[in-house]
Design a protein around this ligand. Structure first.
Ligand SMILES: NC(=O)c1ccc[n+]([C@@H]2O[C@H](COP(=O)([O-])OP(=O)(O)OC[C@H]3O[C@@H](n4cnc5c(N)ncnc54)[C@H](OP(=O)(O)O)[C@@H]3O)[C@@H](O)[C@H]2O)c1
Length: 198
């Protein structure tokens, strides 16, 4: 697939680039600071821009089969939805957080909301925008991310509260789950909860 990766220089985004190219996808990296991309050899293209800039996003989505936003937010959702509708690009996977719909485990969720309330409110807004966008969306809600080596497995569910798995998830494993989601049409219109494997 031809996949545009937003947030390509991010800690999850960089794993998406490597793993996506390794799976044989034609990956275009979109980043505000593409000079941070150390290895471009396996990328189909690199686009410089801010994902809030509609003109930059319009140009980048042309000819893509899918967009993988390895960074979430309502401003990014807004430009993506407009640009993708115009270009006729339908498939989009966007990162979000398990904390957005969660009520349990009560203490960690309460503390997370205390510190990251604005981020979660904005992610909730982004999720709502995607859900009514008419696009082929998947929302990928992660638990707490770390940079440990990948396990090659994740715990996946479709619930507001995690049904199992570990509270920490490696970004490399998150990238794997994001690419699995892009490739799987059965996940269109679904919000996934992603935890580390137990
Ligand atoms: N961190 C967690 O524990 C956690 C937990 C649950 C879910 N998540 C989700 O996972 C996502 C990825 O997390 P992460 O820790 O891997 O992220 P990260 O390392 O902070 O990377 C975010 C990337 O997005 C880019 N970016 C931000 N705003 C942009 C914009 N307007 N236009 C273009 N690029 C932009 C940043 O570029 P610059 O270098 O230019 O700033 C950076 O490359 C988060 O966005 C969130 O939705 C995170």
């Amino acid at each position: 697939m031809k996949i545009l990766v937003i947030g390509a220089t991010g800690r999850t985004g960089k794993h998406v680039l490597t793993q996506g190219a390794g799976r044989g996808h034609e990956i275009t990296a979109f980043a505000r600071r593409p000079e941070l991309l150390t290895d471009r050899s396996r990328l189909a293209d690199v686009r410089q821009g801010d994902a809030h800039d509609l003109e930059a996003v319009r140009a980048a989505v042309q000819g893509q089969d899918a967009v993988l936003a390895a960074v979430g937010g309502s401003g990014i959702a807004s430009t993506l939805i407009t640009a993708m509708r115009e270009a006729g690009v339908r498939r989009v996977v966007m990162t979000s957080s398990r904390s957005v719909p969660a009520t349990r485990p009560r203490l960690p969720v309460t503390l997370a909301w205390l510190f990251f309330r604005e981020v979660y409110v904005d992610l909730a807004r982004a999720e709502g925008m995607l859900q009514v966008s008419g696009l082929d969306w998947t929302i990928a809600r992660a638990t707490m991310l770390n940079d440990k080596p990948p396990a090659g497995r994740v715990h996946l569910d479709f619930e507001a509260n995690a049904t199992g798995g570990a509270m920490q998830l490696s970004r490399a494993d998150y990238a794997m789950a994001l690419l699995d989601a892009v490739e799987d049409p059965a996940l269109i219109g679904k919000a996934l909860g992603i935890c580390g494997p137990k």
